[in-house]
Write a protein that binds this ligand. Sequence first.
Ligand SMILES: C[S@@+](CC[C@H](N)C(=O)[O-])C[C@H]1O[C@@H](n2cnc3c(N)ncnc32)[C@H](O)[C@@H]1O
Length: 211
Amino acid sequence: MFHSGLLFKAVALPYEWVTRHLVWERHCAKMATRLPEGARRVLDLGCGPGNSTTHLRAATGAGTVGADYAFPMLQRARKRDAALPLVCADGGNLPVRSGSLDAVTFHSVLYLLPDQPAALREVLRVLRPGGRAVLLEPQAGTRATFVGLLRALPTPRWAFTALLWRTMSALYGRPTPESLRAALEAAGLRVLEIEETLGGLGLLAVAERPA
Ligand SMILES: C[S@@+](CC[C@H](N)C(=O)[O-])C[C@H]1O[C@@H](n2cnc3c(N)ncnc32)[C@H](O)[C@@H]1O
């Protein structure tokens, strides 16, 4: 599969349109509730048009920075909130000092990365001891697809977004709770929580850098 950052360069505006939805936004806000107490320095990796970044920033203040490989996505994020600190960066090589962040967040990003173990090792490097990785990823499995899409049906515009997300993640691959736990632990992170989210379509995972 080709580099998803190239794909997202081409679809920044339509992506913004399909995800500017109450259900998506609510789950962006939910990620902010999993940040460590008093978190100030947060990197929202794969921030896209700023959906997740805006909610994280509301919870943490000016210290939240959005990072994305696709410059057109950063332009959308800038349009959404002119005050958002943004940086163009690749998830495998973050321009961030070691041990300097309270949290790194991924909202539907890890599954897109070509070298996920390297990206998670990079997260471990930049987190301070006790700092957290907070991830929202699509969940693998036929049950997740059927149950999740069925639950989305009463909200047609969300069902359309969910179907696109499902299709995209089928192309790149989705984790199970077990494989996500294994990937986080292999990188040296301690898993605090993995739960179903987005009606079962997704997984919300929280892991911390051991002290
Ligand atoms: C599904 S979007 C998620 C956007 C946003 N987090 C949200 O909540 O809607 C995935 C984003 O990850 C970015 N991305 C893909 N590969 C990347 C990489 N290697 N490094 C940084 N960002 C990347 C894409 O450009 C895209 O904006």
